[in-house]
Design a protein around this ligand. Structure first.
Ligand SMILES: NC(=O)c1ccc[n+]([C@@H]2O[C@H](COP(=O)([O-])OP(=O)(O)OC[C@H]3O[C@@H](n4cnc5c(N)ncnc54)[C@H](O)[C@@H]3O)[C@@H](O)[C@H]2O)c1
Length: 353
């Protein structure tokens, strides 16, 4: 393998074609299925297309975008796999952002009770978060990731050149999950991310920062794959973030996942201050860094009824209590914290727009 970094089944490679050739060498080409969405087909396939000849019928191209992370597209993937003769000894390779790795992972995990799959993330967000950890799924009846299973990919390959065609909006969306990794687990990483220049970025340094985030996620997920305890650390910013994201999806104007999480982190930093004594200096540093990159949160964050309505649906809840992961300090999190409605209303109302 042409590995720059690796931990277990996740590696960052400088020669993806040859690594793919190697890892698929045990499979006949008729057993290999590639799943793209239209944009990754256009931008990413040209960078790997001669890794091995794959029959055209084994290449499935789905619709891109969060609004298409749906059960209908899973059915399209199952149909494609079925028609082309996939069976339990096949290998599915998902090439795309988090929408595609979540959906393709779910389609593979459920087809004939489970076919092995490899994730090749093509966005920052999918590299540092969605493609590892084994959570797969789709949105259902307007609820994010409502249907899914946890199943680990056979391998995950990170290949930095894919990011060259990613627009700034999506680069920033993934960067929010990187900021989160620093905030929950590594103050030094946070300090490096705060000053990193994303305009015309240095690919090697970006690769190092991305890899540190992968290490953090791997450590946490390995310790708690089923999310009974410490894995919940990854949810910082996500309780309020998911409410913002779900509402934006419902209103027909979907906000990128990372932006919603970034705004969620602003509100949850304030909650951390009220409940855990995160210092005012840290809260202001977090707010300034995030608003500088993402602008101010959308006005909907102040609609307490709508936000609380979504939060009550959250999978992270227990016995109807709204559960948060919060910060004691930058680099140190605490999971399973319950906040009362009044506490939540207070921080929502005080977010500056
Ligand atoms: N499974 C998990 O643990 C986990 C964790 C975090 C987020 N997620 C999920 O990830 C999804 C968001 O991921 P995302 O931000 O990658 O979204 P995405 O997959 O929709 O990609 C964002 C946009 O970038 C385009 N794109 C992808 N790769 C490209 C490339 N190399 N060049 C040019 N354009 C490219 C896509 O077509 C899309 O328009 C959400 O559905 C979220 O729920 C899952």
């Amino acid at each position: 393998m042409n590995t720059v970094y690796s931990i277990n089944e996740v590696s960052m490679t400088f020669d993806l074609r040859s690594d793919l050739r190697e890892i698929t060498s045990e499979y006949d080409e008729k057993k290999i299925f590639l799943i793209f969405e239209a944009n990754t087909w256009t931008h990413c396939w040209p960078l790997i297309k001669d890794f091995r000849p794959v029959p055209e019928s084994n290449i499935l191209i789905l619709e891109p975008g969060e609004e298409n992370k749906s059960i209908q597209q899973v059915i399209a993937a199952w149909d494609g796999l079925g028609k082309a003769g996939a069976d339990r000894s096949s290998l599915v390779i998902n090439i795309g952002g988090g929408m595609l790795t979540d959906l393709g992972g779910f389609a593979a995990s459920t087809f004939k009770r489970g076919v092995a799959f490899i994730n090749i993330p093509t966005t920052v967000l999918a590299m540092v978060d969605a493609s590892t950890g084994g959570k797969t799924g789709v949105n259902f009846r307007g609820l994010k990731n409502e249907i899914g299973v946890i199943r680990q990919p056979k391998h995950v390959f990170l290949y930095l050149p894919f990011l060259r065609t990613l627009d700034r909006h999506n680069l920033l969306s993934g960067y929010a999950e990187m900021l989160k990794a620093g905030l929950i687990a590594d103050q030094e990483l946070w300090n490096r991310l705060k000053i990193f220049n994303l305009d015309g970025y240095d690919e090697k340094e970006f690769g190092r920062l991305i890899w540190r985030c992968v290490e953090i996620k791997k450590e946490i997920v390995t310790a708690d794959p089923e999310e009974h305890g410490i894995r919940k650390a990854l949810n910082f910013g996500h309780t309020i973030g998911h409410a913002i994201e779900s509402e934006s999806l419902r209103s027909g104007d979907p906000l990128a996942h990372g932006y919603a999480v970034a705004y969620g982190m602003i509100a949850e930093a304030a909650l951390s201050s009220n409940l855990l004594g995160l210092t005012a200096g840290a809260v202001s540093e977090i707010c300034q860094t995030i608003t500088h990159l993402y602008g101010n949160p959308p006005a909907i964050i102040k609609d307490q009824e709508i936000m609380l309505g979504w939060m009550k649906f959250d999978k992270k809840n227990r016995d109807n209590h709204i559960i948060f992961t919060l910060l004691e300090e930058i680099g140190k999190n605490r999971v399973n914290l319950e906040a009362g409605e009044e506490e939540i209303r207070k921080v929502l109302v005080n977010v500056s727009l």
